[in-house]
Design a protein around this ligand. Structure first.
Ligand SMILES: NC(=O)c1ccc[n+]([C@@H]2O[C@H](COP(=O)([O-])OP(=O)(O)OC[C@H]3O[C@@H](n4cnc5c(N)ncnc54)[C@H](O)[C@@H]3O)[C@@H](O)[C@H]2O)c1
Length: 492
């Protein structure tokens, strides 16, 4: 049995190690980062900070508390603490073999060790390791904290159990593990990326196009299609009614023409200069950091759009969010107090306004999450919504009593004040955990609707019954004094 991952150990904390750290911490995993160079500590902390802004905008689903990051130059100490190790040292076979063999002596045999290698084969990497069956390739893509793809490749000694455990862990941190059936140099994606890059180098070398023109040939066309459907499905559509079969008949023969070149061109100084000058012109004076921010912002936006269509990386995001909401609901049920539901949360740093306090709109978000938890517990979940029934908010009233600062732990107590066939009247009280002070209240009316017909409808008897029972268990509590208030100035 492979273990549950609470601590991720990182071996090598450069570009890729930093990306793994940011993703894992965001999903509540502690990280022990190890690198031979002590100066990499400052680097990885900076990389995590840089990633935070985009990660924070990726989803509003209730996330677990962030993990904590520690750094060491003692690789063995890292290996002893980790439940899962991700290796990200330079792409040199002998170096990786030596370091993996060494680290495997210090990590318990049920700790999976995954390599981020872009193209080396797992059978070669596991050669000198202790318990080599736990070694596999988990190949991510830059920026690791925003791109969900991770290629999973086993070597000749890799166990099915290790591959399954890795797939489970990567899914838990919001990724899409893609099992590669057989190890080959370059796995799948880098083979495809390299084919494109080789052609680019030829076209630049032959003086046919600049780097900017070649990028334009992708971003205004195929690039837009690729995010939702890959080359194969897109070509299937391009073939008309008979799809791929027609497409291959029509364009298949061109594949035999010398459209493309298989061998990469010689990397002459002149070609290198052309590539560098071309990309510098494209950057137009913008720094790498600036371009990274732009890239991260649109990667977040694209995934949020794809989520609406439930395809590609958007489907991955949706699955993660479903799980986060469900876990949040399960945690709250365990903790229900005095018949009221209790939901734990904290002020995420991006929720804070210019005064350093939680901003207005986030109160509704927190109350919305608490409502979601309550409705799930009475059976209004995804399956219920898929059947064409839902609860719509028809009225909200928020009162504010005290401040909540960034990272402040909070909890919401939710009561069911009233229920009938079509309506649910809820009351939320948001408290600070450190002193129990009431920070805000939210009173809300929900209407049960037939979402296909677009009008109010009687809720399922089982849901009504559970809500009635909740209300009955809370009946002895005094009515909250904020209930029924409206906004007014005395005398107005
Ligand atoms: N950069 C990418 O886009 C990308 C994408 C996917 C996978 N990868 C793979 O990830 C791995 C790392 O790539 P990178 O771009 O992060 O490299 P990098 O050069 O940015 O980082 C490598 C780090 O490893 C450290 N290191 C060197 N020897 C070490 C040792 N013996 N023990 C511990 N740490 C050591 C270095 O100090 C450095 O911090 C490579 O295998 C690469 O193929 C890279």
């Amino acid at each position: 049995m492979m273990r549950q991952v609470k601590t991720l150990g990182l071996l090598g904390t450069g570009v890729i190690g930093g990306g793994w750290a940011a993703r894992a911490l965001h999903f509540g995993i502690d990280v022990v980062a190890a690198d031979v160079k002590p100066e990499m500590e400052a680097w990885i902390r900076g990389a995590v900070r840089n990633a935070e802004g985009a990660l924070a905008r990726l989803t509003f689903a209730p996330l677990p508390r962030k993990g904590t990051l520690s750094f060491t130059t003692d690789l063995a100490a890292m290996a002893r603490q980790a439940d899962f190790i991700q290796e990200n040292i330079p792409e040199q076979l002998e170096l990786k073999q030596r370091v993996l063999a060494d680290v495997s002596q210090h990590a318990a045999p049920d700790v999976v060790i995954a390599s981020s290698t872009s193209g080396l084969m797992p059978s070669d990497l596991q050669r000198d390791m202790r318990a080599p069956e736990r070694l596999l390739v988990g190949h991510p893509f830059n920026p690791v904290y925003l791109l969900p793809l991770v290629e999973l490749v086993g070597g000749s000694k890799t166990s099915e159990e290790a591959l399954a455990a890795a797939g489970h862990f990567y899914t838990a941190i919001g990724m899409h593990p893609l099992r590669v059936r057989r190890e080959i140099p370059g796995h799948l994606t880098d083979r495809l990326q390299e084919a494109l890059w080789r052609e680019i180098l030829h076209l630049v070398n032959d003086g046919i196009a600049s780097t900017g023109e070649l990028d334009a040939s992708i971003i205004y066309g195929p690039g837009l299609r690729w995010a939702g459907m890959g080359t194969n499905l897109i070509y299937h559509l391009a073939g008309g009614e008979t799809g791929m079969r027609h497409m291959l008949r029509q364009f298949g023969p061109c594949l035999k023409w010398p459209w493309t070149k298989l061998e990469a061109p010689e990397l002459t100084e002149e070609l290198i200069d052309r590539m560098v000058e071309g990309t510098q012109a494209q950057a137009g004076g913008r720094s790498i950091r600036e371009l990274e921010r732009l890239r991260d912002d649109y990667l977040v936006a694209i995934q949020q759009v794809l989520r609406q269509f439930n395809i590609g990386a958007g489907a991955t995001l949706r699955t993660v969010e479903e799980r986060l909401y469900a876990e949040n609901a399960a945690g709250a049920e365990d903790a229900s107090v005095g018949g009221r539901q209790r939901m734990e949360t904290h002020v995420r740093p991006e929720w804070v306004d210019y005064n350093g306090h939680m901003t207005d709109s986030r109160y509704l978000q927190v109350f919305g999450d608490a409502t979601d938890v309550l409705f799930r517990s009475v059976g209004v979940d995804d399956a219920y919504r898929a059947s064409g029934r839902a609860m719509y908010t028809v009225e909200s009233h928020v009162t504010h009593g005290a401040e909540a600062k960034a990272l402040e732990p909070l909890y919401v107590l939710t009561r069911v004040l009233g229920v009938d066939d079509k309506r649910v009247h809820l009351f939320h009280a948001l408290h600070r955990r450190r002193d129990q002070v009431l920070v805000a209240t939210g009173e809300q009316m929900y209407l049960h609707v037939d979402s296909r017909a677009g009008k109010a409808a009687v809720m399922a008897a089982a849901v009504r019954d559970k809500l009635d029972r909740l209300r009955a268990t809370q009946a002895s509590l005094a009515p909250p004094k904020q209930v029924g208030r409206h906004v007014a100035m005395s005398g107005s």
